[in-house]
Design a protein around this ligand. Structure first.
Ligand code: S3P
Length: 427
C-alpha cells in the first residue's frame, strides 16, 4: 500500500495514541505466566503486540478482547505453558522474540520461534549468550539469526552485564530469572527503559533496583492484575516533530507515557528549541502519564550522542526530519544500534532524505543533517520499517508538493491508526 501525503500548513487539535508498545509486550507476557486473570486496558493495537499475544495463545494461554477493547489474559502460572503445536511467530517484532526467549528457555519443552524477513536478519546472539550462561540450550541460523530453536532447561540464576545498552536483553534475562532458583542480576552501564522492572513489581515479583543494578528473585509467583497502558511516547514523537516544524501548529496529545527512562525525547526537544508543555501528570499502573502540548516555531537543532543515543534510539528517524528544517541541523553519533533495527535506519533515513533533496552525511554510527534545508516532494519508501514510514510521512507534510510513501502499511507494526490520526489534525 502507498500513501500520498500533501503538504500541511499546520497541525491543530487533540489526540490520543495507541497503548505503549514496550509496555504492552511486557504486560502480555507477564500476564500469561501470572496466576489468574489479568485485564489490560488500552493494550497496543500494533501488529507487534498482537504477535506477542499470538505467541502466548499458541503456548496455551486463553486471551480474549472485550467489547470495550480491554484484553483479558487467563494467566497459566509460571509452569502452566504448553508446548506449541507449530513454530511461534514473532512477525516483525524484536521485542517478542527477545523477551519471550527468556521464558521459553525455562520451559519443560522445546519450541521454535521465527519471524518475518526483517526479523530473520536481526542478531539474537545478544540474548543467546546470557541465556546459555543460565543453562539454556538454543540453536539459531549461523549461530545468531532467527528462527531460534529453544530446548527448555532448568535455569541457573546469575549476574550479567550486557555489553550493549538494550532493554530487550535486560528483559530477556529478567524473564529467565523468574524461573531460576535465587537472585538473577542485570548490571547496566547505561540505563535503559525500566518498564520491565515496573511491570514485575505490579505483578508482585520480588524485584530490587539500585543504580543500574536490577535483581529479581526466583522462582517467582506472579499474580494477575488489572492494568492500563499509557499512550505510546515513541508514537507521539511523530506528531511532536510534525507540530514543531509547522509554524502555527497547536497540538494536544493526551494520556502519554512519560516514564523518566523514556522521556529523554522531551528534554531533547525542549533543548532544541521546541515549545512543549507537560500537564496533568499522574501515575497509572506504576507508570507516569501526562498530556503534551506542542506549538510550532523556530527550532535550533542539536546533537545526539553517548547515553542520549541509546535513550532516543527509536526517535532518531523522525528527529532527522526536524534536524533538516532546524537552524543548526542535527548530528547523531554513538548510534550503531540503528543499523540492526527493523531496517538499517542510518541507510534508510539517508536514502529517503536524498530522494527528498536533503543533504545528509552518513557515519558508521550515525549521520549529520545540515539545517535550513527544504524537503522536495518525492517518492520515498518505508522499506517495511514502521518508524521510517511515519518519519517520512512527517517530512512529506513540509515538502513542496505531494509525496508518496511506498510500503506505507508498515506503520501498522506499532500504529495502525497513524495516517487517519494525521489526517484528523492536518490543516
Ligand atoms: C525496546 C527496546 C529497544 C527499542 C525497541 C523496544 C523495549 O530495543 O529500540 O523498540 O521495549 O525494550 P533494544 O533493547 O534493542 O535497544
Amino acid at each position: 500500500m502507498q500513501q500520498t501525503i500533501s503538504p500541511a500548513r499546520r497541525l491543530e487539535g487533540t489526540i490520543r495514541l495507541p497503548g505503549d508498545k514496550s509496555i504492552s509486550h511486557r504486560y502480555g507476557i507477564l500476564a500469561a505466566i501470572a496466576e489468574g486473570p489479568s485485564t489490560i486496558h488500552h493494550y497496543s493495537t500494533g501488529a507487534d503486540c498482537q504477535s506477542t499475544l499470538g505467541c502466548m495463545r499458541a503456548l496455551g494461554v486463553p486471551i480474549t478482547r472485550r467489547e470495550d477493547g480491554a484484553v483479558v489474559i487467563e494467566g497459566r502460572g509460571l509452569r502452566g505453558l504448553q508446548a506449541p503445536p507449530d513454530d511461534l511467530d514473532a512477525g516483525n517484532s524484536g521485542s517478542t522474540i527477545r523477551m519471550l526467549s527468556g521464558v521459553l528457555a525455562a520451559q519443560a519443552f522445546t519450541s521454535r520461534i521465527a519471524g518475518d524477513e526483517s526479523l530473520s536478519r536481526r542478531p539474537m546472539d545478544r540474548i543467546m549468550k546470557p541465556l546459555s550462561l543460565m543453562g539454556a540450550e538454543m540453536e539459531a541460523v549461523d549461530g545468531r539469526f532467527p528462527p531460534l530453536t529453544i530446548h527448555g532447561r532448568p535455569l541457573r540464576a546469575m549476574r550479567y552485564e550486557p555489553p550493549m545498552a538494550s532493554a530487550q536483553v535486560k528483559t530477556c534475562v529478567l524473564m529467565a530469572g523468574l524461573y531460576a532458583e535465587g537472585e538473577t542480576t542485570v548490571v547496566e552501564k547505561v540505563g535503559t527503559r525500566d518498564h520491565t522492572e515496573l511491570a514485575l513489581r505490579e505483578f508482585g515479583a520480588d524485584i530490587q533496583t539500585s543504580g543500574g543494578v536490577i535483581t529479581v528473585k526466583g522462582p517467582a509467583v506472579l499474580r494477575g492484575k488489572e492494568l492500563a497502558v499509557p499512550g505510546d511516547l515513541s508514537s507521539a514523537a511523530f506528531f511532536l516533530v510534525a507540530a514543531a516544524i509547522l509554524p502555527g501548529s497547536k497540538l494536544l496529545i493526551q494520556g502519554v507515557g512519560l516514564n523518566p527512562s523514556r522521556s529523554a525525547l522531551l528534554d531533547w526537544l525542549v533543548a532544541a528549541g521546541v515549545n512543549l508543555r507537560v500537564n496533568n501528570l499522574a501515575e497509572v499502573s506504576g507508570e507516569l502519564v501526562g498530556d503534551l502540548q506542542v506549538t510550532g516555531g523556530e527550532i535550533k537543532g542539536g546533537i545526539i550522542r553517548g547515553a542520549a543515543s541509546a535513550a532516543l534510539i527509536d526517535e532518531i528517524p523522525v528527529l532527522s526530519v526536524l534536524g533538516a528544517i532546524s537552524r543548526d541541523g542535527l548530528v547523531v553519533k554513538d548510534a550503531k544500534e540503528l543499523r540492526v533495527k527493523e531496517t538499517d535506519r542510518i541507510a534508510t533515513v539517508a536514502g529517503n532524505m536524498r530522494r527528498m533533496g536533503v543533504n545528509i552525511e552518513e557515519y558508521e554510527d550515525g549521520f549529520r543533517v545540515p539545517g535550513k534545508q527544504k524537503f522536495r516532494a518525492a517518492q520515498v519508501d518505508s522499506f517495511g520499517d514502521h518508524r521510517i514510514a511515519m518519519a517520512f510521512a512527517v517530512a512529506s507534510l513540509a515538502a513542496g508538493g505531494e509525496t508518496t510513501v511506498l510500503n506505507a502499511e508498515a506503520a501498522s507494526v506499532s500504529f495502525p491508526e497513524f495516517y487517519a490520526t494525521l489526517r484528523q489534525i492536518t490543516v
